[in-house]
Write a protein that binds this ligand. Structure first.
Ligand code: ADP
Length: 328
């Protein structure tokens, strides 16, 4: 059986990027084909300035949305990272095989550190070491596949490097994981700035579609998406990134391919209208199920409690083996 692990950070409201790049595939494919774990990685939310009550609320909301998106606790394990001590325990050991230089080379670190400094804040040490904690999340479970969007490729590479290095130095302990990406939707861009990814941390941006946005709000955001100055609908990521983003979103929602879809629309307005409706349709069942789950919070609690127990039992033997191997 292939072991799959992936996670989502409770740093903001979940977006269409999270859904198309990761969550949908977790529900439709990954939980069925494999022994899968999905985690709300709340420790990662502490790497930047945050409000504790909000992190708690967003963790619960992320778990509820993952269930609403179709994760089934009979098929997979859904849990919250901080409920399982093994993640932090393994992270420290992996810090002892990671180097300072390889951490500083991480693109997301450079970007986020710059953002924190621009806000006048200091950069938390945990922001630098965050990819090591992510490697621990993955390696603790003997993970083979990590289904993620494109933005996480470099971090999964680091997990691979650390696994190989640890195994070479201290004896075979970890499975070496690999990242897997969806064919379309691996990089959903901000509708107002198609050169930046649609990220949930930039709260309430007009270029971000949130999973719980009302249909009218979605329509407005998509209709106001920045396109290019031409008139013809072409699929060209470099020359016309705004259009390419809309075509990819439409393709990801309808199962088509962006190249073919560019031939179907004769105006930007028509493409936007179709894309808005496709997004509304794909989110409709998720929003309906979310409403049902919110009416029964005990159900989500129960899933997370049981998930943490299962996850703990799976992680402990690997983490214990790593401690023994490194000399403890
Ligand atoms: P965020 O950047 O929204 O904080 P996370 O780090 O929580 O996202 O990532 C959760 C999953 O969603 C990851 O697999 C990530 O690759 C994916 N993801 C996030 N944003 C996008 C996007 N704009 N397009 C495609 N996938 C994305």
């Amino acid at each position: 059986m292939t072991r799959v692990f992936s996670g989502i950070k409770p740093t903001g409201h979940l977006t269409l990027g999270n859904y198309l790049g990761a969550m949908r595939r977790w529900a439709e494919v990954d939980q069925h084909r494999s022994d899968a774990l999905f985690c709300v990685v709340d420790l990662h939310a502490l790497t930047v300035d945050h409000d504790p009550a909000r992190v708690r609320r967003l963790s619960r909301q992320a778990a509820t949305l993952l269930l609403a998106a179709g994760l089934d606790p009979r098929l997979c394990t859904l849990f919250v990272q901080s409920h399982v001590d093994e993640h932090a325990r393994l992270s420290y050991v992996l810090e002892c095989v990671a180097s300072d230089g390889e951490m500083r080379r991480m693109i997301q670190y450079k970007e986020k550190a710059r953002r924190e400094q621009a806000r006048g804040g200091s950069v938390r040490l945990s922001l630098l070491t965050y990819p090591v904690l992510m490697a621990a999340d993955i390696l603790a479970y003997g993970t083979d596949d990590v289904p993620v969007g494109d933005d996480q490729t470099q971090h999964v590479e680091l997990a691979r490097d650390l696994a190989v290095r640890f195994n070479q130095r201290y004896g075979h302990t970890f499975v070496v994981p690999r990242a897997t990406h969806p064919a379309v939707g691996a990089r959903v861009m901000n509708l107002q700035d198609p050169l930046s990814k649609m990220g949930k941390s930039d709260d309430s941006g007009p270029g971000i579609v949130y999973l719980l946005d009302e249909p009218d709000v979605i329509r407005k955001k998509v209709m106001r998406a920045v396109t290019d100055s031409g008139r013809e609908v072409v699929y060209d990521r470099a020359a016309a990134p705004g259009l390419a983003n809309l075509l990819e979103i439409l393709a990801a929602c309808t199962g088509g391919n962006p190249e073919d879809l560019s031939g179907v629309h004769n105006s930007y307005g028509a493409l936007k209208a179709d894309t808005a409706e496709a997004v509304i349709e794909i989110l409709r069942p998720v929003q309906a199920r979310h409403r049902e789950l919110c009416a029964d919070p005990g159900q989500v609690e129960g899933v997370l409690r049981e998930g943490a127990e299962r996850a703990r039992a799976m992680a402990r033997p690997t983490v214990d083996a790593a401690y023994r191997a490194i000399g403890l």
